[in-house]
Design a protein around this ligand. Structure first.
Ligand SMILES: *Cc1c(COP(=O)(O)O)cnc(C)c1O
Length: 463
């Protein structure tokens, strides 16, 4: 580009062009940028708003890929990170210890889902993103059985159809979203996939609970069929987020917990997306009254400021690695394991949950989201509106027919995305599913803008 061209471009256009010259964006067909797929340069952010170089505001209705909890640049978290950065920015966590890592582990264990009849989750292993956390949990479950030595056939995992657990090879192996998985299939380890309890798949006249019971029966058969071969089952409790915000009845989770116990299989709860209040309770498992053997947390863990993951494990799993031999130890590590800045951000986020009574405030916000969603449910091409806590999803299908789908070539979801963006709202549909997953600070007028824009975006996309 010549200097003359450069001079007549505005700031946003200049950043767009510098970006596309050097960046390769995540989860993007780069050929679509910028003509088919807009590229939004963000100069700063505050609360639920992303602010462009020209000062124009865009409402972040997807919490920047589900990580931003309380709001962008929340001053208390920003301050905690700054303070920590001046004190201890990073230290090797093998052989060293630091207060933020210890305190965060103590507090996570204290709030973790708990069944009175079970020994509680007792130990925390840190990783630095969600996929890495899943890898940790899978390796721990497998290695625990290796260490015990008496069940050498336990080498497989069970996961759910339409589930998502991240993009690294191990996490992708237990994921079931063809768009992300299919091309890499030859590289992946074999997992066993059980039917999803997804209530959207209920037969006509069947309740969500009935659908969940059917899926649990199918899981029971699979566990029988693979008796002695499975080391762990991994699932996203209550909401399969990347799979289109598909939701299921908590009865399924209770059945899964029982079945895992009967078959001696570890239950890994992936609360990377649904943890920290997203579903209305601090953790989704609470709504089923179940406690997993391994709990994976990330995304909102730091309030959305820094990458961090935590895997919570039972004492029994931890004890299975104690030995005189180093090989029986869990020799997994990441350079930034337990980074103090990320731990300080997570501690500040937990403080906000307490001081601002976030879960209680969210009940009112979620109720308002439900009211606003009701108006959109009546639109002709909306086949389903579903909600779990602070997540509302709109399933678009021609004529609102649950068994139909728009021609993929129509790019209905993409058209809705563009229409919303032009109106100052960042919705990022999953296929033809639009959803609201806003930062918890979203207020009444912002919710009204979100609802009005969603309605307009749907109308424009299906026109
Ligand atoms: C996002 C996500 C992951 C992966 O986390 P990354 O930090 O993106 O690697 C895993 N599981 C679930 C349920 C997720 O939503």
């Amino acid at each position: 580009m010549s200097t003359h061209d450069d001079a007549i471009l505005d700031d946003a256009a200049r950043w767009r062009s510098r970006d596309l010259a050097v960046l390769w964006h995540p989860c993007t067909q780069m050929r679509e940028h910028p003509d088919v797929l807009p590229l939004l340069p963000v100069a700063r952010a505050q609360g639920p708003w992303l602010v462009g170089h020209d000062g124009a505001r865009t409402l972040d209705a997807v919490s920047s890929w589900w990580v931003t909890l309380h709001g962008h640049t929340e001053p208390r978290i920003a301050e905690a990170i700054a303070r920590q950065a001046r004190t201890l920015e990073q230290v090797i966590l093998a052989g060293c210890s630091h207060a933020p890592a210890v305190e965060l582990a103590e507090r996570l264990l204290a709030i973790a889902p708990r069944e009175p009849s079970r020994p509680p989750l007792a130990k925390v292993f840190y990783a630095d993103n969600g996929s890495a956390g899943i890898e940790v949990a899978l390796k721990m479950a497998f290695h625990w059985f290796r260490n015990r030595g008496d069940e050498p056939r336990r080498t497989k995992f069970i996961a759910l159809q339409n589930g998502y657990h991240g993009e690294t090879i191990g996490a992708l192996s237990v994921g079931d979203i063809p768009l992300y998985r299919r091309i890499y299939a030859p590289l992946l380890m074999q997992a066993v996939f059980a039917p999803s309890p997804d209530a959207y798949l209920a037969r006509p006249g069947q309740s969500g609970e009935g659908c969940a019971e059917d899926a649990a029966d199918a899981l029971a058969h699979l566990l029988d069929e693979h008796a002695g071969e499975i080391c762990a089952l991994v699932l996203e409790p209550l909401v399969q987020c990347a799979g289109g915000m598909r939701m299921h009845h908590p009865a399924y989770l209770r059945r899964v917990r029982e079945l895992c116990d009967v078959h001696g299989v570890f239950l890994i709860a992936d609360e990377i997306a649904v943890g920290f209040g997203r579903t209305g309770t601090m953790f989704a498992c609470e709504q089923a009254g179940i406690q997993p053997d391994l709990l994976c947390l990330s995304k909102g863990l730091t309030g959305g400021f820094l990458p961090l993951a935590a895997v919570l494990a039972t004492q029994a799993i931890y004890d299975g690695f104690l030995d005189d031999s180093r090989e029986r130890a869990f020799l997994h590590s990441h350079s930034y394991t337990g980074n103090p800045l990320a731990c300080a951000a997570a501690l500040a986020s937990l403080d906000i949950f307490a001081s601002d009574d976030v879960l209680v405030r969210n009940q009112a916000t979620a109720a308002r989201m439900a009211e606003l969603a009701r108006g959109i449910a009546a639109m002709p091409d909306v086949a389903d509106v579903r909600q779990t806590g602070m997540i509302v999803a709109f399933e678009l299908a021609p004529g609102g027919d649950r068994r139909a789908a728009f021609e993929p070539a129509r790019r209905v979801g993409l058209r809705a995305y563009r229409a919303a963006l032009e109106r100052g709202v960042l919705l990022r549909p999953l296929g033809d599913v639009l959803y609201w997953m806003p930062p918890y600070c979203i207020d009444e007028s912002q919710l009204a803008l979100l609802a009005e824009t969603t309605r307009a975006a749907i109308a424009e996309a299906v026109a």
